[in-house]
Design a protein around this ligand. Structure first.
Ligand code: BV8
Ligand code: ZN
Length: 245
């Protein structure tokens, strides 16, 4: 067991409230590509053409080509050992909540019960006209943007660039960041705001920052007290077994 893992486990064991912030790196070992690593989604679908609310409004059918591919990649995915370690940490009382930027539902599938979906969830549709939300039929072949019964265009219920974070998620995440004494950051490149400001808030309120990533990020230099290098499907189970000892 590495010294870093032991120190991180000690910080979690002594904490009153641990909160995790996860990004796409938490799901790559479930077979879902992340966004910015080589081979990531943005390589095929540049974000300014496919992930902004302007692009969607201008040409919903074109933007849906990305969501159809992304939806298909979510069809038969399952939680990986990293997701399961976070769920077990909650069961053991060592994790209060997960704030996730991911839209794949895998934390819930792994068993975490307090999950804040900061960027929405790809399993729902959201009508641009009447605002009604409905489950997204993930296996439905898509030749363009679906239409609502009201005739409006439906978008995936995820937060595109230029869209506000859902207020309930925004406020709950902010309160969790202010109130935690350990923040466990898993698999995020720290590039997207306001999500990337949550660890800054936590640190400002005295939290210890533990970061799990396969690369060093802006957080690593500026915020992290413990950096667990490597795939989170390995580092999180190692952290869990140190907590069990
Ligand atoms: C908003 C759609 C107010 C959903 C996404 C200039 C400065 C600051 C901010 C801005 C700015 N200009 C514009 C903005 C605002 C903008 C923004 O932050 N832009 C950035 C790019 C500069 N933000 C917004 O627009 C947000 N809304 O601000 O509202 C507003 C309102 C009106 C007008 C203006 C502002 C909305 C942000 C949400 C955007 N939606 N995607 C989806 O597809 O999921 S963003 C996209 O990036 C995803 O949501 C994703 O969750 C998010 C963050 O990415 P990561 O999760 O970190 O993934 P990434 O691939 O980047 O990194 C993966 C990491 O994991 C890597 O470090 C890798 O090494 C690591 N990894 C990989 N495998 C593993 C691993 N680690 C461990 N183990 C592994 N196995
Ligand atoms: Zn509608």
């Amino acid at each position: 067991m590495s010294d870093t893992v032991l120190k991180a486990a000690a910080a979690i064991r002594n904490a009153k409230r641990v909160v995790a912030l996860t990004g796409a790196g938490a799901s790559t070992e479930s077979g879902i590509p992340d966004f910015r690593s080589p081979g990531g989604i943005w390589e095929t679908y540049p974000p300014d053409e496919f992930a902004t609310i302007e692009a969607f409004t201008a040409n919903p059918d074109r933007v849906w080509t990305m969501w159809h591919e992304l939806g298909a990649s979510l069809l038969d995915v399952a939680p990986n050992p990293g997701h399961r370690a976070l769920a077990e940490m909650e069961t053991l009382g060592h994790l209060h909540a997960v704030i996730t930027q991911n839209i794949d539902n895998l934390h819930q599938a792994a068993g975490n019960t307090k999950v804040i979906e900061y960027h929405g969830n790809a399993r729902r549709l959201h009508c641009m006209a009447c605002r009604v939300r409905k489950p997204m039929p993930l296996d439905q072949p898509r030749a363009g943007a679906p239409r609502c019964d009201c005739g409006g265009v439906q978008k995936p219920d995820v937060v595109l660039f230029g869209e506000l974070i859902p207020p309930h998620a925004m406020f709950e995440a902010e309160a969790l960041a202010q109130g935690c004494d350990v923040m466990l950051i898993v698999g995020t490149s720290a590039q997207v705001y306001p999500a990337a400001s949550l660890p800054v808030t936590a640190k400002k309120h005295g939290a210890t920052i533990i970061e799990c990533n396969i690369e060093r990020t802006d957080f690593t230099a500026e915020l992290s007290d413990h950096f667990l290098a490597g795939p989170c499907g390995t580092t999180l189970p190692a952290l869990l077994s140190a907590l069990r000892d």
